[in-house]
Design a protein around this ligand. Structure first.
Ligand SMILES: CC(=O)SCCNC(=O)CCNC(=O)[C@H](O)C(C)(C)COP(=O)(O)OP(=O)(O)OC[C@H]1O[C@@H](n2cnc3c(N)ncnc32)[C@H](O)[C@@H]1OP(=O)(O)O
Ligand SMILES: CC(=O)C(=O)O
Length: 541
């Protein structure tokens, strides 16, 4: 049996009801294009009766040549006491030019009397009239039965009456909504089963995540017979969000065997999740299931040892099928397996039985005890390993540096750094200004080294983070400095730890520069082997 589930994405409507999420029309169009590539069946674009931006979206999206998705507009049943044909909201749904509309209506008696402040009978009539009106205009109509599960638990007879009204009016799909997000998977499953016995129309599910069960509840509804699934990319949505489609899709398709989207688009899940986070200006959670950076990151030595033998020992699914990848972290919790994996990844030849392996692991643990955190600074980790293996990755040595910060009466704060370094037995001293001590040091060091290694000008610092390690010591605390650097193509992270923030920054800075020189050196070797001229500015020291 080919089990099918229709995927209904509401990132552009319910997703934008999430705090901090605001999308421009262009953002919405870009996301719609991606969702179509992903192969969702419906894209709910917004509420045309709510604001001009959403109406604008429906105009713009017509220009896209969508291949897979039907654009849907959202609205509500007519206002109480007026004709459906006179309701501005319903009319805007038609004016938006969509082929499908989703309207929500009340199915919980409490909401009818308290929120709508109308009679139970009038609400049923509102549902009926609104759906009929849209059907008469030739639209496919999805009825979102708002608060259905709470309604069913409080007044089952009325909740069922409400959805039967929607069916009678010709709704194409009745979506049962756990609007307050408080239901449990077993309740959802039992209620959906009961509904499936009572209605012949397609049943859908729309769950909120207030009990952190939106995905589980949605899967329970599907088990009970729901075949239309609503959710949002990354789970954005009102309050705690909606069912996360990024988790639902692999669960439904790869674990439960439902056909939702193709297997090729499934491999784009990581990239789509990141794309939407980026456009919505949201910071992705590293531990986001399936697609997060840490979703397949193994840290404990025991885990790494087993994963290297058989990945399925600690992985519930293959990362590649979602476009993700396996990572191994190095820390004080590492064993030799972590080191061997990293060494291979970094192109180092290391024999598992070499006594150096144990020495390196011990050194890592010792350094982490001092406050180093190598999983966040892989470039420093590589330099440490190379040094312990006896490779010369020094490039230059510090003779000394001095920093002078001057606060003038004019309130101007100036910082100067003087750096004396030794390169190939030659001593060079430079001075430079900066907007702070680290910046001044960076400038002075670049001046000093630029003469010997012009490639230094190809790199720049892209991020600088400081963390106080033992807050109890107040200004005498130890600090950890993490520096991220880039050459425009690659980025790398380095670390320094000290009781003095300038010294910690110096260590991180020096590691960053050494790593860059080392990489340029390796690149030069490769280029030389390919008998191509070295890039301009690369020194063969
Ligand atoms: C469960 C969900 O997520 S539903 C979607 C919720 N999303 C949004 O609300 C975002 C978009 N909303 C909006 O832009 C505005 O709320 C609008 C334009 C739709 C309405 O704005 P206003 O007319 O100023 O009304 P307001 O938002 O204060 O109140 C909503 C009104 O709709 C009524 N209403 C609520 N649900 C329904 C319904 N299903 N059918 C008919 N009327 C409804 C309420 O009773 C209330 O009526 P009242 O003004 O007579 O008390
Ligand atoms: C329709 C909808 O968004 C809800 O009931 O949560």
């Amino acid at each position: 049996m080919n089990k099918q589930v229709r995927i209904y994405d509401t990132t552009l409507r319910d997703g934008t009801q999430g705090e901090g999420v605001s999308l421009s029309v262009d953002d919405k169009v870009k996301i719609a294009r991606k969702l179509d590539e992903l192969g969702v069946h419906y894209i709910e674009g917004g509420w045309p009766g709510s604001n001009p931006k959403d109406m604008n979206f429906f105009d713009k999206v017509k220009e896209l040549d969508l291949q897979n998705s039907v654009i849907t507009a959202f609205g509500s049943t007519r206002r109480s006491g007026i004709k459906a044909s006179d309701d501005p909201n319903l009319n805007r749904l038609i004016q938006s030019g969509v082929k499908a509309a989703a309207i929500f209506g009340k199915t919980w008696d409490f909401h009818v009397t308290e929120a709508l402040q109308t009679t139970l009978e009038e609400n049923l009539q509102m549902i009926y009239d609104s759906i009929l009106f849209l059907k008469e205009q030739g639209l496919e109509v999805i009825f979102d039965a708002e608060h259905f599960f709470d309604g069913y638990k409080n007044n089952e007879e009325y909740a069922i009456q409400a959805i039967l009204k929607a069916q009678e009016a010709g709704a194409d799909c009745i979506t049962l909504c756990d609007t307050n997000g408080g239901s449990l998977p077993k309740e959802i499953e039992d209620i959906v089963k009961d509904v499936k016995e009572k209605v012949s129309t397609q049943v859908g599910i729309h769950c909120h995540n207030d009990g952190e069960l939106a995905v589980a509840n949605t899967l329970s509804a599907v088990r009970a017979g729901a075949s239309h699934v609503q959710g949002t990319i990354n789970g954005y949505g009102e309050r705690c969000g909606n069912a996360n489609l990024v988790s639902l899709l692999p669960n439904l398709q790869l674990k439960m065997g439902y056909s939702c989207i193709g297997s090729d688009p499934m491999q784009e899940l990581v990239s789509i999740s990141k794309f939407v986070h980026e456009i919505a200006n949201q910071v992705p959670a590293s531990n986001q299931p399936f697609v997060g950076n840490s979703a397949f990151a193994h840290k404990g030595g025991m885990h790494v040892s087993a994963v290297l033998k058989h990945p399925e020992t600690y992985e519930h699914i293959k990362p590649e099928v979602l476009g993700n990848k396996r990572r191994v972290l190095v820390s004080e919790l590492s064993g030799q397996s972590n080191l061997m994996f990293k060494a291979e990844e970094m192109g180092l030849t290391l024999d598992k039985n070499d006594p150096k392996v144990k020495e390196i692991i011990e050194k890592i643990k010792e350094m982490e005890n001092l406050g180093y955190h190598y999983e966040a600074a892989e470039a420093s980790f590589l330099l440490l390993v190379k040094k312990l293996l006896g490779e010369d990755i020094t490039f230059f040595e510090l003779d000394h540096f001095k920093i002078l910060t001057d606060k003038e009466s004019s309130d101007e704060l100036t910082t100067e750094a003087v750096v004396k370094v030794k390169v190939n037995e030659e001593v060079v001293m430079t001075a430079a200004e900066g907007n702070g001590p680290v910046n001044a040091l960076d400038h002075a060091l670049r001046k000093a080294l630029g003469e010997f290694y012009p490639v230094i000008h190809k790199m720049y610092l892209s991020d600088y983070k400081v963390r106080v390690l033992d807050e109890g010591e107040a200004t005498a605390s130890k600090v950890r400095v993490l520096i991220e650097s880039s050459d425009g193509r690659n980025t790398w992270s380095t670390i320094g730890v000290s009781g003095n923030i300038i010294e910690a920054s110096w260590h991180a800075l020096v590691d960053s520069i050494r790593y860059h020189f080392m990489k340029q050196d390796e690149e030069l070797e490769i280029i030389k082997k390919d008998t191509v001229k070295p890039p301009v500015g690369v020194n063969n020291h």
